[in-house]
Every structure is written in C-alpha cells, then in structure tokens.
Ligand binder design. Structure first.
Ligand SMILES: [Zn+2]
Length: 212
C-alpha cells in the first residue's frame, strides 16, 4: 500500500502530506519573491496591480499543475488468472515541460500484462495524474509511469504511450501549430515479446493520430 501525493506545498494552512521519494517540494514564499522579481525584469511597473497580485497568482497556478490529490495505490490478488492484456485508453493529462516551464497536455494509453496482482482501473489513471504533476520532459514522464507500474504490480509487461501537444513547440520556437509528440515506454513482455507488443500497438493505433 502506498500513499501518493507527489508535491508538498510549504504553507502553514496545509497539513504535511506524505511524499513519494524524489517528489518536489514547493516553497511558496520563495517562489512568489522570485515571480515578483521576474515581472519587474519584464518591465511590469512597480506598485501596479499586476506587480502586487500576479506573483501569488503565478505561483498558485504553477503549484496547482504540480500538485496531485492524495490517493492510495490499491492492488488485488489475480484470483481469476487474468493474463491477457488490460488496456486503459485516452487518460487525459497535463504536465509542465522542465525545459521551458510551459504546459504540455494530451492522453496516455496504458497497457498491463498482469502477473500475481491487478490494480483497480482508475488507479492506472491516478498514476498518470501523479507523475504528470511534476516538472519533466515527456520521455521521462512515460518512463516514470512504466517503472512505477512494473514495480508496484510486479506484472509481466507494461506499455505506456503518451501523445501530447507542447506549448513550447506549438506557440513559440518553431511554432509548429497542431503538431503532436508521441513517446513510448515499455517493460517486460510488452518490450520483448513481438506478439504482445503488436497487440498493444494495434489497439492504441487510433490514438497515435491525435494529441488530445
Ligand atoms: Zn519545452
């Protein structure tokens, strides 16, 4: 059993939350001071409404993207000997790109080849939400989800396909409007067994053409 709240906001009003190893901690006061300095550097007039109130809004908005609700990863014994692929499709997510601190969002396709344990289906979506609430790049997000599921379920295979649109690529830089990025992370038989892989990719194929 595992309690998961990946981000702790250091604020006296909130009770401390149990964290996953490696989870970020948000220092709200320091973040607001830094946001105020950033706005000043961008020429926002001192004493204006934006200079006074926007730092708190900036930090609250970013902290919200980087905070997942507490939940519990529950598993059940695989009494019915379910060994066929379990696929949860089109799980929506929004995360924050660690290179540009801009959001990227899309959908996740999660495939699991069960072993001795199975997870509640909603828990697979919760795992996506939990890891999406971190600053990272898309490749890392997929690998984190796959590694977590492999470890917690001790399953025979995991495949995670993420399809997302990145604001840092569609609205700035190359401005490739409408472009999508697909990343794949696989473990166990969904990495090594051609037949198992083919089944997963055939079932998720329609998702490959869209980002959200
Ligand atoms: Zn980026």
């Amino acid at each position: 059993m595992l309690e998961a709240a990946p981000t702790e906001v250091q604020e006296s009003k909130r009770p401390p939350t149990k964290l996953l190893p490696g989870s970020p901690v948000i220092d709200v006061d320091a973040a607001e001071r830094a946001a105020a300095a950033l706005l000043t550097a961008f020429g926002v007039p001192e004493g204006s409404e934006a200079a006074v109130r926007t730092p708190a809004r900036m930090v609250a908005g970013l902290a919200e993207l980087l905070t997942a609700s507490p939940w519990e990863f529950t598993t059940f014994p695989n009494w019915e000997d379910q060994h066929e692929l379990v696929l949860v499709r089109d799980v929506p997510f929004t995360s924050v790109c660690a290179h540009h601190v801009l959001p990227f969002s899309g959908t996740a396709q999660i495939g699991v080849l069960p072993g001795e344990k199975i997870a509640g289906l909603s828990k697979l979506a919760r795992v996506v939400e939990m890891f999406a609430a971190r600053m990272q790049i898309q490749e890392e997000l997929g690998q984190q989800i796959a590694a977590f599921l492999e470890q917690e379920l001790d399953c025979r295979g995991v495949a995670v396909m993420l399809s997302a649109e990145h604001v840092c690529m569609t609205r700035r830089g190359v401005r490739a409007y409408g472009s999508g990025t697909i990343t794949i992370a696989t473990r166990g038989r969904l990495r090594d067994d051609h037949t198992a892989r083919s089944e997963f990719f055939q079932l998720v194929r329609p998702a490959a053409g869209r980002t959200a």
